[in-house]
Design a protein around this ligand. Structure first.
Ligand code: HEC
Ligand code: HEC
Length: 358
């Protein structure tokens, strides 16, 4: 636990690039960088999907959550504040650690009171771009999502009617809430502030982004070959597509169920549709090297294991996605694919742990 805390501590400063975007104020634009054809497509086996490409330069923000810049600073404090949890033991950063790609290096997360949850904590990177939060997509927005963990018994285990007065009692917080929202601390305000901060956690400007923007030599040759495989023989793009490398849909890959849960019905728990049994949301692949272990239950420790798994056509499951097929990749091709995944690591994003109000 100490190691985790100190790695958070050593992390530090939202990039100047991002800050300049924030200063431009909230925007709902999906403007794409010059040189990237947003409507490009790739067809495999008669299935046409959007091409992959550079991240849009601005994060979409809901029109109901305005006044961003101040909210970001407040949201950052709340993100690192363990007082949002029942026994003041865990913060958002405890499981979404900036030192490990804003994800959790544990196979499944351990919450307040040391209870293990059944799922691996996904990264907060680029969650501002995804319409459905959680592995099963049960939350619609970051604002809605942020409320979830606070009262989840295996995460922060706090009660909403006790956490709000607890935060409101902290004078320096109350002052900020008054200033920014014109009203005291409330669950909605806490959620809006945290969501504003999360939207600054963007993985962009990777070697891949530079490569598709035409910068010669941005990606090494193995990664360039890996890119071709990703969009061709290896079929990854069928699900990991668009600038954020996700179709935002749910698929059953037959991932072996490990950890405390015997079975995880995934998307079925939300949709109750039989086809969704064991289906999970396609995660982003941006900065993927930082966020091991992988899959909804942390079943795989390395990208090499993940690639082997896809090469075999996934696991065996009665509900396996028809898009999964054995790939017949050579050892060199597997290495190239992993090199390509490494090229998706964004420019370093430094976030200093803020001084928390007493
Ligand atoms: C005890 C560990 C833990 C804590 C504390 C925690 N989370 Fe999470 N978080 C998780 C796990 C595990 C999931 C996946 C749960 C699921 O899919 O059912 C998750 C999912 C998410 C997601 C969805 C990401 C995606 O791609 O779908 C976001 C965003 C998020 N958490 C933000 C937060 C914020 C903000 C806080 C603090 C208010 C927080 N988390 C506190 C473990 C934690
Ligand atoms: C049929 C859709 C589909 C295809 C094809 C596909 N993926 Fe995935 N991928 C997913 C889904 C869904 C998950 C999460 C599954 C789970 O946790 O049960 C995932 C998970 C991953 C993860 C782990 C991400 C994390 O944050 O834990 C990596 C890495 C990955 N895929 C890479 C690839 C590569 C490389 C290929 C091509 C060889 C590929 N995927 C092909 C849908 C797909």
């Amino acid at each position: 636990m100490n190691a985790t805390r100190s790695s958070i501590g050593s992390a530090l400063v939202v990039s100047a690039l991002l800050l300049s975007h924030l200063l431009l104020g909230p925007s709902v634009t999906t403007a794409s960088p010059a040189g990237y054809a947003p409507h490009g497509t790739v067809t495999i086996d008669g299935i046409t999907v959007p091409d992959i490409g550079p991240m849009p330069t601005q994060v979409p923000t809901p029109p109901t959550n305005l006044g961003y810049l101040q909210k970001v600073e407040l949201g950052k404090q709340l993100y690192f504040d363990t007082r949002l949890s029942k026994n003041n033991s865990v913060s958002c950063a405890f499981c979404h650690n900036p030192g490990t790609g804003f994800a959790d290096a544990r196979q499944v997360s351990i919450g307040a009171f040391g209870t293990a949850g059944g799922r691996q904590a996904p990264t907060v990177y680029n969650t501002g771009f995804i319409p459905l939060q959680f592995w099963d997509g049960r939350a619609g927005s970051l604002e809605e999502q942020a409320i979830g963990p606070i009262h989840n018994p295996v995460e922060m285990a706090e009660k909403h009617d006790t956490v709000v007065p607890k935060i409101a009692k902290i004078a320096a917080y109350q002052k900020q809430f008054q200033l920014i929202f014109g009203g005291g601390a409330s669950l909605q305000h806490i959620a809006e502030a945290i969501a504003a901060f999360e939207r600054t956690i963007v993985s962009q400007n990777s070697a891949f982004d530079k490569h598709v923007m035409g910068e010669a030599g941005a990606m090494n040759e193995a990664a360039v070959r890996g890119l071709d495989l990703f969009k061709g023989k290896a079929r990854c793009i069928l699900c990991h597509n668009g600038p954020n490398f996700t179709d935002n849909k749910f698929h059953n890959l037959g991932v072996p169920q490990v950890g405390p849960l015997k079975e995880d019905l995934g998307r079925f728990l939300v949709s109750r549709a039989a086809k969704d049994k064991g289906a999970f949301k396609t995660p982003t692949l941006r900065s993927i090297i930082e966020t091991a272990p992988y899959m909804h239950d942390g079943a795989f420790k390395t990208l090499e294991e993940v690639v082997d798994f896809f090469d075999q056509g996934g696991g065996s499951n009665p509900n396996l996605s028809p898009l999964m097929k054995p790939l017949g990749l050579t050892p060199e091709e597997k290495t190239d694919l992993v090199e390509f995944l490494k090229a998706l690591t964004g420019a370093p994003l430094k976030v200093t742990v803020p001084k928390l109000p007493k």
